[in-house]
Design a protein around this ligand. Sequence first.
Ligand SMILES: O=C1CCCN[C@@H]1CCCn1cnc2ccccc2c1=O
Length: 485
Amino acid sequence: GLGLSKKKDENFGEWYSEVVVHSEMIEYYNISGCYILRPWTMSIWETMQAFFDAEIKRRKVKNTYFPLFVSPSVLEKEKDHIEGFAPEVAWVTKCGKSELEVPIAIRPTSETIMYPYFSKWIRGHRDLPLKLNQWCNVVRWEFSNPTPFIRSREFLWQEGHTAFATQSEADEEVLEILELYRRIYEEYLAIPVVKGKKSELEKFAGGLYTTSVEAFIPNTGRGVQGATSHCLGQNFAKMFGIEFENEKGGKAMVWQNSWAYSTRTIGVMVMVHGDDRGLVLPPKVAAIQVIVVPVPYKDTNTKEMFEACLTTVDTLTEAGFRVEADLRDNYGPGWKYSHWEMKGVPLRIEIGPRDLEKNQVRLVRRDNSDKVDIPVSNLVERVKDFLDRIQENLFDVAKQKRDASIRVAKTWDEFIEALNQKKMILAPWCDEMEVEEDVKKRTRGETGAAKSLCTPFEQPELPEGTLCFASGKAAKKWTYWGRSY
Ligand SMILES: O=C1CCCN[C@@H]1CCCn1cnc2ccccc2c1=O
């Protein structure tokens, strides 16, 4: 029947699995770690894609499409780039009944697929900057517990790959793209994120430095890397011989970036905003922002009521909202309320006999259940106001909960205490890699070790003499730590 059998605060993992299925976003698939993305998911993905694609096109990034398959010699071009990831690479070893001479890898990311051609296409400084992006799927055959959207063996993403003549151009773009990722989370998904730099241990090993937007799930006390924007330096240029003749006629290697966000964003949204009645969609990404439900009484004139519903749909559609009416006569209003609440539709409009008489409608908010009767004459402006308030409120509530989950820790004991209370920890750190490795060892447990999440660009004051929470050495920076997905 309708309704969730698990509560968010009691059994988060099962609550999450139920919500993504009952809201008709996901269908489980008979291969572990693979999921069917249903239209309710794809419409969210497409809304974010429309925003991001338009923004990168404004920045003269061009979309391209490279093959899914990569040969081993190319994939393993740079040992240290691939070694940590090798176990996750999926291979095609046969077709039909015959073995392939040479196995072929399925792309887990496209650096090694693209960069031989960057080398071929980039000859002179006029070929720069080269800015390409592709919207595609990637495959990483992970073995840690699969979770819809958050950790799947195949996922959709965009991967941007750019090449510049100078480091400063690359540095500038890294942060421009990171700001777009912040906007996706904060302005579309209504999720607060921290912008920062990854540690040497957590960064993309093939790159120079990694920046990221970090989200947090208060219920599980886990951080989640929301999106990444890497400066690759000249590392891949050296590997693949990507050099150009500069204005002075000399040879120089290019400076590169790569950046991505994926369908993981959607899982974070479900986790942050969902409640015990199901999904809660921010209006900006909701496929249906307003659902109109007739509330017929025993002898009501349903014809007049349905007409009022359809007129409401037309008026709001013309005003630019995504609105539908549920006029199915095989379900009652109560069933419809639960159904559309489970699917997270931000605003419901009820039209009953009394509403018809008074030429009004009832608005019901999904986020806080507020309801108000409004005259039909004010319909468009009140619906716009309600949807804007829902979008803001979802962000404000999520930010309040995230901020309440942050603890400052200056000593190891304070750190462990906060970790056990499922907090995101801001701690002064000496920035030594061995110390971070030690923290991982000392916090290893059945729910996973703590790791650094990022060093926020917004650094609080670090008084002279502040000591590292883990090593006792002189602290160099404030860094966020926590368990993570
Ligand atoms: O994040 C991004 C942004 C988009 C382009 N790629 C970079 C870095 C990807 C790092 N990575 C991540 N998993 C992998 C898994 C198998 C093989 C290689 C890799 C791998 O290189």
